[in-house]
Design a protein around this ligand. Sequence first.
Ligand SMILES: CC(C)(COP(=O)(O)OP(=O)(O)OC[C@H]1O[C@@H](n2cnc3c(N)ncnc32)[C@H](O)[C@@H]1OP(=O)(O)O)[C@@H](O)C(=O)NCCC(=O)NCCS
Length: 401
Amino acid sequence: MGLLSGYRVVDFTSFVSGPTCTRLLADLGAEVIRIERPDKKKGSGPYKGGERTVDLGLMRGKKSVTLNAKDPEDHEILMKLIETADVVVENFRPGVTARMGVSYQDVIKINPKIVYTSISGFGQYGPYKSKGAFDIIAEAMSGFMSITGERNGKPVRAGASIADIFSGVEAAYGTVAMLLNREKTGEGNYLDVAMLDTMFAVCNNPVTQYLCGGPVAQRIGNEHPQDVPWDDFPTKDGRLVIACARTNLYAKLCEVLDCREYIDDPRFCNDEVRLINKEACHEIVRNHTRNWLTADLIAACDKAGVPCATINSIDQACENESIKARGMIATVTHKTAGTYQLPGSPLKFMHNPVELTKGSPILGENNREIFSGLGLTKEKIDALLAKQAKVRTFFKEFEMD
Ligand SMILES: CC(C)(COP(=O)(O)OP(=O)(O)OC[C@H]1O[C@@H](n2cnc3c(N)ncnc32)[C@H](O)[C@@H]1OP(=O)(O)O)[C@@H](O)C(=O)NCCC(=O)NCCS
């Protein structure tokens, strides 16, 4: 049993930010019920078994119900469902939930203890509240993009959609905190998470530095703003990254590279002077790492306790022995995609471990289960699904299961 089993979440999310929040709740065992339009269009591929692989990853462990919130009959069913829920999560543009009749104000009338989480680009209040946003917008506006990339290159976004992902993580963290508080006080709450705020908070180190009177941070590639040596370094047969956050680790690296004379060198003997003489220090390290085979240098650094790694591609990461040993590749099942693999949960609880077995749902997979649980008769459900079948765009074959 997952740590959040017994909690019911009504999930009005799309794209990545909101679905990341509800994925984290589902991973811990919450019953997450996605509300999707019966005429929902699929986005771009790649696909497996007729589903987008992005959805196979993000929607795992969730249920799917098709309802058109703007249809009065469907809306009535939706409100019945929300009455039974502990949590609502949505990531529409502010104002959309009010038009759908499922805003926080609508919901507390029928379920006053609800925990309700909204994710948006710029928040439910503020000058940009009605602007839409995607990952790159928040990465750009927050300052994050300006400090990411090569020193002389253009600003770049991160290789994964971290503005979406961090917003989802913050939202899940806030949602669980609201649930904990509800256990103590019996009171619900409302959470407003903005992607811009999240990415600004991600820039905690450079923002605090600036606000404390320090310089405006710049792009420095793989280097670290404070710690030296810290970069990717060439070897005889490739590259590796080495990270020495303090002088004790720098000294160990000098031992490994057989250049002990630099340990007490006045240019490098403490954290401050190494930062001032960063390029000279990195040049010395580069000149030594070039004489090593990558595997030998990794082995020597590991033995000495110096943090280092090869720069893996995604397929290489999937083969990594630590990833495998810690159960970070889970196998789940899906109605049309069959069995497939995805990243496991990094939360390794001693009790109530996370167990991922169920893949993402197909559109409307749980219609009958959820509707009959709400007391709808078989005749009523048949009629509802027959009405929806006229606008369904995919997986019609499962419509009347
Ligand atoms: C992502 C985003 C830009 C997309 O914009 P959009 O395609 O114009 O979508 P909106 O959120 O404005 O509106 C969704 C529409 O679908 C409708 N809709 C969605 N699900 C529905 C349902 N089950 N039943 C009926 N209508 C539904 C809504 O009512 C709304 O229509 P309306 O504007 O005519 O009332 C916007 O949703 C946004 O900024 N979200 C917040 C930030 C975010 O999370 N971005 C994604 C990061 S991964």
